[in-house]
Design a protein around this ligand. Sequence first.
Ligand SMILES: *[C@@H]1O[C@H](CO)[C@@H](O)[C@H](O)[C@H]1NC(C)=O
Ligand SMILES: *[C@@H]1O[C@H](CO)[C@@H](O)[C@H](O)[C@H]1NC(C)=O
Length: 364
Amino acid sequence: MSAVKGILCTLKMSRLPLLLVLISTCWAEHHSNNSILEHDRTIFIKENGHRLHVEAAQTKVISYRGGNATLPCRYIRDPFSTGPQKIRIKWTKLTSDYLKEIDVFVAMGHHRRSYGNYHGRVFLQEGGENDASVVITDITLDDYGKYKCEVIEGLEDGVVIVSLDLQGVVFPYFPRMGRYNMNFNEAQMSCQDQDAQIASFDQLYDAWRAGLDWCNAGWLSDGSVQYPITAPREPCGGKNTVAGVRNYGYRDKDKSRYDVFCFTSNFKGRFYYLIYPNKLTYDEALQACHSDGAQIAKVGQMYAAWKLLGYDRCDAGWLADGSVRYPISRPRRRCSPNEATVRFVGFPDKKHKLYGVYCFKPYN
Ligand SMILES: *[C@@H]1O[C@H](CO)[C@@H](O)[C@H](O)[C@H]1NC(C)=O
Ligand SMILES: *[C@@H]1O[C@H](CO)[C@@H](O)[C@H](O)[C@H]1NC(C)=O
């Protein structure tokens, strides 16, 4: 008789907030025998853990700006679960400090809703029963990050985290006003001005593994300040240190001033060196691109063309921020003898009539 009562309590206890109430009911029923109560609790925890299971076929998906990505997620219900419950699928994105969640998408029955910047870009994959995967279309740099798939059935729920990575390039940046001049906000904005976004630690780490070496500390999206060293040397943390990403830790976002590491991905447009009869001042460069139906190119666009398209041109040209640079994919004498890189000439006087110009024409 006690055993039967025990099982009844267990089934009722599948509704989480009622747990305390039901335990006290059981307690009242078996007031004189604690071991049954203990037994009930054990069964409850075990069964609840198996009632709704959520999983992802991959926890990392790679796409690129302008592309699509499918974030996988699927749920498995306990076949003996009590009655049909409406399933609610909820996707959120974790902020880069992991402190908050941004609403992305919810689906319940035939109802679907996507939020904010995701509006109209996120759809359920509908890949059969129990599929909670979503497709994000026309991916932006902002979409990079970690997403949480949460499946809710009544009071049960399960979650899984899926990372969306973008292919692209990390580059160090400082503006015309000079080195170590930007607080965190200004750093974020200067990346955006270069058609890029402030890089995450993971992106800088991957760039370091691919050979990025840069001896000036820059902000990252989590508010830390770091720099990547592949060839340890005296001015960059010491000659006898190991290679690695050197970390200054989290800095005061308002008062501390550093450079920044930016990240950018594929672009939809044409990046090119403008063939022009003579060298140009900065203002003439702006005008020349404009007359060609384009805009003066941004630093991020030069890096993306160099890294993703193998763009190579041994002509120093103006860019939108007033810097002069040129991209070299095939190192050679007098261009960049030892290194495939974007060469930085400097921020010359804008009146100097010594350089060409790189333009960018977006596709419609
Ligand atoms: C509690 O119930 C169990 C199973 O019915 C029994 O074996 C045990 O002796 C009881 N304990 C007490 C203290 O009454
Ligand atoms: C992304 O998906 C949309 C909608 O299914 C489709 O029209 C578009 O061609 C896809 N884009 C790419 C780059 O695959």
